[in-house]
Design a protein around this ligand. Structure first.
Ligand SMILES: Nc1nc2c(c(=O)[nH]1)N(C=O)[C@@H](CNc1ccc(C(=O)N[C@@H](CCC(=O)O)C(=O)O)cc1)CN2
Ligand SMILES: Nc1ncnc2c1ncn2[C@@H]1O[C@H](COP(=O)(O)OP(=O)(O)OP(=O)(O)O)[C@@H](O)[C@H]1O
Length: 187
């Protein structure tokens, strides 16, 4: 299927989820994530969930990391919709977040992280069995992940599509994708 078709289906599937579904699936995603070896990970980059879009609740991941891996630094993005580029900032707690025009929580302060990132939790609407993904269609994560040496792990509430037909040169492949029931690893 095409990205456009997969995007539409995923948006409809998400709309059907109740808040309780989102919470339960998010806990299952975290349970799967907790099975991954983080021994070499010093820095984790993650997206903050957009209210109303029924994204995985990554605040559960933040809380879990703070308890089980207190030395891991957490980085969150700030998106510039004029340039489709993101800057990356050390997460210092919920109090430091503000909502932008697109209802995305982002750090208010401009302390930019320029060091290495060992692992990125990648938002997506759909992914396929090769590890390609479909997002909201602005290419933010493709631009960000181009040329960054890091482990890329997608988070999805739904099982993979067989194949994304219109993959482009600029599309970045995931190393893994977590769904509530399973972890997919791509070569
Ligand atoms: N939590 C989270 N943060 C993220 C992403 C994401 O997928 N999830 N992004 C991943 O790349 C970037 C943001 N991408 C986005 C793209 C579109 C819309 C949005 O609200 N679109 C409108 C349509 C607006 C338009 O087309 O002008 C909508 O869906 O109603 C939001 C975020 C960066 N930050
Ligand atoms: N590295 C890049 N440099 C320039 N343009 C890019 C790059 N990556 C993607 N694009 C462009 O951005 C647009 C959106 O790409 P695509 O449909 O793959 O977005 P997406 O992966 O669904 O969205 P997102 O990454 O925001 O979640 C496309 O027109 C694509 O050509």
């Amino acid at each position: 299927m095409t990205k456009k078709e997969l995007r539409k289906i995923a948006m409809e599937q998400r709309k059907m989820l109740s808040d309780a579904d989102v919470a339960a699936y998010s806990r299952e995603l975290l349970r799967q994530f907790s099975l991954i070896d983080l021994a070499d990970v010093k820095t984790v980059h993650l997206f903050l969930p957009i209210e109303d879009k029924k994204e995985p609740d990554t605040f559960l991941f933040i809380d879990w990391l703070n308890v089980h891996h207190p030395d891991i630094k957490i980085i969150v993005p700030k998106a510039d919709f004029d340039t489709a580029l993101m800057t990356h900032h050390v997460y210092t707690g919920k109090d430091s977040l503000v909502k932008n025009l697109y209802n995305i929580l982002e750090p208010a302060k401009e302390v930019i992280h320029t060091g290495d990132i060992d692992l990125v939790l990648v938002p997506l609407l759909a992914f396929d069995l090769k590890g390609y993904r479909v997002g909201y269609g602005k290419g933010f994560y493709d631009r960000f992940l181009e040329g960054v040496k890091t482990r890329k792990i997608g988070l999805s509430f739904f099982a993979p599509a067989e194949c994304i037909d219109d993959v482009q040169e600029s599309d970045i492949k995931l190393d893994m994708c977590i769904i509530p029931e399973n972890i997919y690893t791509f070569k």
